[in-house]
Design a protein around this ligand. Structure first.
Ligand code: NAP
Length: 280
């Protein structure tokens, strides 16, 4: 039997319809719409595309977005000052700082400068800590989007062995905590992990977040595993080998059309929630 395709694109479309209704209701009640401020520093074409896609998604649900574009030479201090300005702006309900920023900028300091109430991309330590403790917080957008996919498709999580390959602050680490909070037994792998194929072979749920095209081979994956590929590389290649994936897995996210659309969708949903909290 062929594997179930975990269709993030279709799921995002359905969720956007629900969000449009919520935004319209808020507008009717208060005369205001949620506003997301996006900050792009520099001229990286991929980052510019992501910011544009996020702005377009805001427009599709009837939200507004403010686009802040700072030069490549921006200093940490200048970026922090801009974030502070947005924190203090009562018309801004969510702030997205597009990752990565130019090398001279202290990215962690910039993320930490975002007011937790406006941290709709879930990038602050405070948000991570709250999420890890099971408290209310905006989840980091990519792993939270993956959790939405798993839950929407009723993938059983409790007691399952989840293997997360990658431990970045915006993906692997929060992913592992979210799966732990759903009672998975979690193994986190990284560049120093020994015998990666053997560990991957034990996964009931596998999340590839290594940032290396098709580093994870289908021959390593246990028959029937649920496979989530967070990677995205030019040409529509993920972090997990495509060839044979439909045969070995019981369910998998396609690349493109899996995790990517749900990352943006999570950002927009959390911006709507923030808008409701501020102006509702
Ligand atoms: P990242 O910051 O580069 O982190 C990559 C992680 O993979 C690191 O923890 C690294 O280990 C680990 N790693 C690297 N080589 C490895 C190897 N040979 N074996 C085992 N682990 C290895 O990347 P990221 O920002 O988390 O992104 C990961 C992937 O997700 C990328 O493909 C990116 O394009 C994609 N992504 C997609 C979205 C989306 O919306 N779809 C959003 C964000 C990211 P160390 O910690 O030891 O260095």
């Amino acid at each position: 039997m062929s594997a179930l395709i975990l269709d993030g694109k279709a799921l995002a479309k359905t969720t956007e319809e629900e969000l449009s209704v919520r935004v319209a209701k808020l507008k009717e009640k208060t005369g205001k719409t949620p506003i997301l401020a996006t900050i792009l520093v520099g001229d990286d074409p991929a980052s510019a595309t992501y910011v544009k896609m996020k702005g377009n998604a805001c427009a599709r649900v009837g939200m507004e977005s403010i686009r802040v574009h700072l030069p490549e030479t921006t200093t940490t201090e200048e970026l922090l000052a801009k974030i502070q300005e947005l924190n203090e702006n009562p018309d801004v309900h969510g702030i997205l700082l597009q990752h990565p920023v130019p090398r001279q900028i202290d990215e962690r300091a910039a993320f930490e400068a975002i007011d937790a109430r406006k941290d709709v991309d879930g990038v602050t330590c405070l948000g991570f800590g709250r999420m890890a403790m099971g408290e209310k917080a905006y989840g980091c957008a990519t792993p939270a989007g993956i959790m939405t996919i798993l839950k929407s498709y009723n993938i059983p999580l409790s007691g399952k062995h989840a293997v997360v390959v990658g431990r970045s602050a915006i993906l692997g680490k929060p992913m592992a905590m979210m799966l732990l909070n759903e009672n998975c037994t979690v193994t986190i792998c990284h560049s120093k992990t020994q015998n990666l194929p053997k560990i991957i072979g034990q996964a009931d749920i596998l999340v590839g977040a290594v940032g290396r095209p098709e580093l994870i081979k289908t021959s390593w994956i246990k028959k029937g595993a649920v496979v989530i590929d967070a990677g995205y590389h030019p040409g529509g290649v993920g972090d997990i080998e495509k060839e044979g994936l439909a045969e070995v897995s019981s369910a998998y996210t396609p690349v493109p059309g899996g995790v990517g659309p749900m990352t943006i969708n999570t950002l927009i949903r959390q911006s709507v929630e923030s808008g409701e909290a501020f102006i509702g």
